[in-house]
Design a protein around this ligand. Structure first.
Ligand SMILES: Cc1cc2nc3c(=O)[nH]c(=O)nc-3n(C[C@H](O)[C@H](O)[C@H](O)COP(=O)(O)OP(=O)(O)OC[C@H]3O[C@@H](n4cnc5c(N)ncnc54)[C@H](O)[C@@H]3O)c2cc1C
Length: 374
């Protein structure tokens, strides 16, 4: 069987692309090395722009087993900076359930799915993929949605993805201290580690605590030590599950450098996570849909058309990356957070307008902050 498009990877980026292509009648094969529901280490925080995007572009209207919160607590070096309300609630999804739901959407749109089979080699000059079951497939167009350690990325000659390590622990609610057993809000802790933060996310039966530094210069032992100290400090000692995983911290700029017109990179494989927050699901979905749209509009110029759609995102990520060192500078952060103690409306605006809805960019908020602190 010949397919018009082969997609590698069944995460949000790959399934978004597959559902749009299949719904438009394009014969599409999605290859995923694991079997859904598969484990994916992630905090599972969805912003409102992501929820709207899912509803408008992928037809996901309702998600089971979700919890949402419009309360956020922010701490700096364990001091309470503010507990405030956001207009656009954060939604928390279990990634195995969420990704499985997206896979069902593309299955229902007519995508052919091969699970439990990995692409072990891509030969871009011959348009061939060799699979772990020894099968060789020929593609006309390839969408690489194969995550942060993308095989495709390596084999089309792009440099390794700069990546930051995160640690994430799961605690069953009934083993948590009483004060946390009924936790409903999202908590963010800054100042524990430089260039990063810790997140505490409430799920119905468990609580997730993760720590990530958005740089590759923090050593694993130091990250683990600080993460463990934070967990102990809040009384979480009974770890049910510990996982480590990487988020991309750049590398998105390189995808302009490859030469294959019939291959595009989407999601983490393209390094599209937000370098300030680590949010990656939104851009994974968006880039998947962009890749499919580029194919539907002008398949002969797939890569060029896709990159033209992606250009504003690449500019936004470049700006965010340049803000990272300024924004997360320890002295500045300390000053900012203590001055913001009395400004819950500023923290709400940061969460709502900049992070959740993207109606404003980080730069404009930083300018407002400078005026506020003057
Ligand atoms: C600790 C942590 C917490 C995070 N928290 C959040 C959060 O709260 N909110 C948010 O928006 N983002 C978060 N992210 C980022 C988010 O998880 C990713 O950006 C997102 O999953 C990217 O989606 P994707 O489809 O590009 O890649 P993935 O979800 O990684 O999917 C890639 C898929 O490709 C498959 N694959 C890989 N290689 C092959 C191969 N050779 N052949 C076939 N299949 C292959 C993999 O099995 C996988 O299923 C977090 C990341 C980490 C590490």
């Amino acid at each position: 069987m010949e397919y018009d498009v082969i997609i590698l990877g069944g995460g949000p980026a790959g399934t978004a692309a597959a559902s749009k292509l299949s719904a438009a009648g394009i014969s599409t094969l999605l290859i995923e090395k694991n079997k859904h529901p598969r484990e994916k280490t992630c905090a599972g925080i969805l912003t409102q722009k992501t929820i709207s995007f899912l509803e408008e572009n992928i037809g996901v209207l309702k998600m089971e087993q979700i919890i949402s919160s419009n309360q956020v607590t922010i701490r700096y070096k364990r001091n309470n900076i503010g507990q405030f309300t956001v207009q656009a609630p954060f939604v928390f999804v279990e990634r195995d359930v969420f990704d499985n739901k997206l896979l069902n959407v593309c299955q229902n749109s007519g995508t052919c799915i091969m699970e439990g089979v990995a692409a072990t080699k891509i030969i871009p000059d011959e348009n061939k993929i060799i699979l772990s079951n020894k099968q060789t497939l020929t593609y006309k167009y390839l969408i690489a949605a194969d995550g942060i350690f993308s095989q495709t990325r390596k084999q089309i000659g792009l440099p390794n993805m700069p990546a930051a390590f995160c640690i994430q622990d799961t605690f069953e609610r009934d083993t948590c201290p009483i004060s946390l057993q009924h936790l409903q809000e999202l908590q963010l802790n800054f100042g524990e580690i430089e260039l990063g933060y810790s997140w505490i996310v409430p799920y119905p039966k468990h609580i997730i605590v993760g720590t990530g530094a958005f740089t590759d210069s923090v050593e694993y032992c130091s990250l683990l030590e600080k993460h463990t100290k934070l967990c102990n400090h809040i009384g979480l000692t009974n770890i049910a599950k510990r996982r480590g995983a990487f988020v991309p911290i750049g590398g998105f700029e390189y995808q302009k450098n490859h030469l294959y017109n019939n291959i595009v990179m989407v999601g983490d494989a393209a390094g599209l996570a937000n370098p300030l927050t680590g949010e990656g699901i939104y851009h994974a979905l968006l880039s998947g849909i962009y890749a499919a749209t580029a194919y539907l509009l002008d398949s002969h110029n797939l890569r060029e058309t896709y990159l033209s759609f992606l250009q504003p995102i690449l500019e936004q990520l470049t700006e965010q990356k340049s803000l990272l060192s300024k924004f997360y500078s320890p002295l500045l952060l300390e000053n900012i957070f203590f001055q913001l103690k009395d400004c819950p409306e500023f923290l709400s605006a940061l969460c709502d307008d900049v992070v959740s809805l993207e109606t404003r960019d980080y730069k404009s908020l930083i300018m407002e902050l400078q005026q506020l602190l003057r």
